[in-house]
Design a protein around this ligand. Structure first.
Ligand SMILES: [Zn+2]
Ligand SMILES: [Zn+2]
Length: 294
């Protein structure tokens, strides 16, 4: 591939995290907690290592998919914006699955493990995405004739875009921007555990996918956001943040009757065969019932 834009963006990430920390000290002291930030940095570092170790195989798979495709778009200029938009759609599909299929959730949950929301939270990227085979969501682009290098560069820029939206320092962007683009406000909703916000706003760069597919919810200033996951992690241990859901999934698979094992892998987080836990839909339904009663 030509180059990895994320590697070039890392110094910018560091500068912006420090700038936001200084801003938060006076304006929003709860935004940062030093142990939480250290965990985010450790997870970010680990995911960079994991990405370096597995990037070759991902690129190789894309090269293979492109080589068996009858179409090759080459490096023509208009393929770039098209590739970026379609890759963002693929990201939406990936991200929605990452919240609705427990197998993918196990690799994505660490992105949501912080109870704080700041630029360092963005660095909590997956270590186990490769193991979970999340790169399959990008294969259709290679089959459709896009150059593997182009797909990876677009994916890199998409990830860079998503960095700056992890902040409480920006309330709302101009209205036209909020309509089309993913923004800090939209993505705060995505990181929230308030029932009304669960499993919403899966967008990477363009919020239009959520609006099109019915998963969009606007931030309601009357319902202040609580961040994290439904059962909070309760630790700053980065290894726990990265692996706890894999361990829980293994335990469930081990204990479940045979006819339910596949459901534990493929159904939504919180699903159990005996109804002993709650899915996000059940939490939202209970919240709506309580609202009617009161
Ligand atoms: Zn997510
Ligand atoms: Zn995020």
């Amino acid at each position: 591939m030509p180059f990895d834009p994320v590697a070039f963006a890392i110094p910018l990430f560091v500068v912006l995290v420090i700038a936001e920390m200084l801003w938060a000290r006076r304006r929003n002291p709860v935004a940062y907690e030093s142990r939480d930030t250290a965990t985010s940095l450790a997870i970010g570092l680990g995911s960079t290592v994991a990405g370096a170790l597995t990037g070759g195989v991902v690129a190789g798979t894309l090269v293979w998919a492109h080589s068996v495709s009858p179409i090759s778009l080459g490096w023509v200029w208009w393929a770039w914006p098209l590739c970026f938009v379609l890759d963002d759609l693929a990201y939406y599909a990936f991200h929605r699955s990452a919240h609705r299929v427990r197998w993918f959730w196990a690799s994505h949950v660490n992105h949501h493990s912080s109870q704080h929301y700041n630029l360092s939270t963005a660095l909590r990227q997956s270590w186990t995405g490769f193991f979970a085979l999340t790169f399959v969501f990008r294969l259709p682009l290679a089959f459709a004739g896009f150059e593997p290098g182009m797909i990876l560069v677009c994916g890199g820029f998409n990830l860079i875009y998503q960095f700056w939206i992890h902040t409480e320092s920006i309330k709302r962007m101009p209205r036209w921007f909020e309509a089309v683009m993913n923004t800090p406000s939209h993505h705060r909703v995505h990181h929230a555990v308030n029932p009304r916000y669960l499993d919403k706003n899966y967008a990477g760069t363009f919020i239009i996918w959520d609006r099109m597919f019915g998963t969009f919810v606007a931030e309601d200033d009357a319902d202040p956001i609580r961040y994290g996951i439904v059962s909070q992690l309760g630790t700053f241990n980065p290894l726990k943040a990265v692996f706890h859901e894999w361990a829980a999934l293994l335990k469930d698979l081990w204990r479940a009757p045979w006819r339910h094992k596949l459901s534990y892998l493929l159904r939504e987080p919180g699903w159990t065969h005996d109804g002993s836990r709650e899915t996000s839909d059940m939490i939202r339904a209970r919240w709506e019932r309580d609202k009617l009663d009161s």
